[in-house]
Design a protein around this ligand. Sequence first.
Ligand code: PMP
Length: 388
Amino acid sequence: QVCTGILSSSDTGKKTTALSLNSIINLDHGDPTMFEPYWRNLGEKCKLVISGSDVMSYFSDPGNICWFLEPKLANAIRVLHRLVGNAVAEDRHILVGTGSTQLFQAALFALSTPDAPEPISVVSTAPYYSSFKEEVEFLRSGLYKWQGDAKTFHKEGPYIEVVTSPSNPDGTIRRAVVNREGGKLIHDLAYYWPQYTPITGAADHDVILFTFSKCTGHAGSRIGWAIVKDEQVARRMTKFMELSSIGVSKESQLRAAKILEVLNAGLQNGSGSENFFEYGRHIMAKRWFELRYIVKSNSKIFGLPEYPVEFCNFSKGTTIAHPAFAWLESKQDEDIEKLLRAHKMLCRTGTRFGSEQKYVRISMLSRDEVFDEFLERLAAIKGGTENQ
Ligand code: PMP
């Protein structure tokens, strides 16, 4: 039995949870269910009624480059970035995608050249987000080709570098490393939100990707957005989404807009609801404190990265990163994914991220009962796989 924390749900929508000692806990995906209690506590505030005759058209804003983007969502996104201070969104093209996953592929399409003699190279510093490699290679495109770790990339010619900051899997702050002429950059800032990392400035890059999934935890809505400087790139990205899905669900966009409006109102302190990011930061800090305590008491077996203390412009104080994933290291150079699996914990091995099997990526965003059970099982490990 694989357990994500929910074993049954009643008619009222309330979740009942239970974990048995024998259940396998899945911390492989970064499914952000941890934020459910916050949104549940807001009760009806985020409720949205959509009638049968609403949003029937393919179109949302025919005059806009991204003609399927709901203006309410674009507006809520701009206000959010202004309030958080994590990205420049004024006077930039905002594009909506079915998750930032679709926008990443749209950006690859937009930044490649159809009649180039060979596919453009795509690189990212290892350990990189495992899906980049998989998405680039999946359709065996003639437009672009995965070339792996940006640190060891020396091929001449045009290239696309994907910069994920903070990084998934290891939470570090990243910058472009290749820095050669002909380079094009995609900045994936999925985790550049105050609950995960100090906000040190407003990002202002050519193509920036954000996702509703990691911002508020609403991964199921499948909403992502891109902030794009160049009009032609924005047009080509929009073309990709037009051809792959003729736009993005209006119901999802309206729900995302509503939730972001409530979130924004909370940040402006007008609505009486708690500041979502402070709430998130508090829980992440607590989880990281607990995890570090267990790892420190077992420091011959496990290790974790350390993060610098920095001033966060959003929180107006010094803070430290509490990443969405723990990049756990085996101090005994073991296959740590195998070790955790032997203790009924599923996590993603370092090799999937272009790294080594002595590392594993563990989601920090699961429901409380799953996280607590994970800590207990981790604390119980006293030796290597040979001791099982
Ligand atoms: N980029 C990064 C770095 C991610 O971690 C994820 C989700 N795991 C995504 C993109 C995809 O997000 P979405 O749910 O919006 O497709």
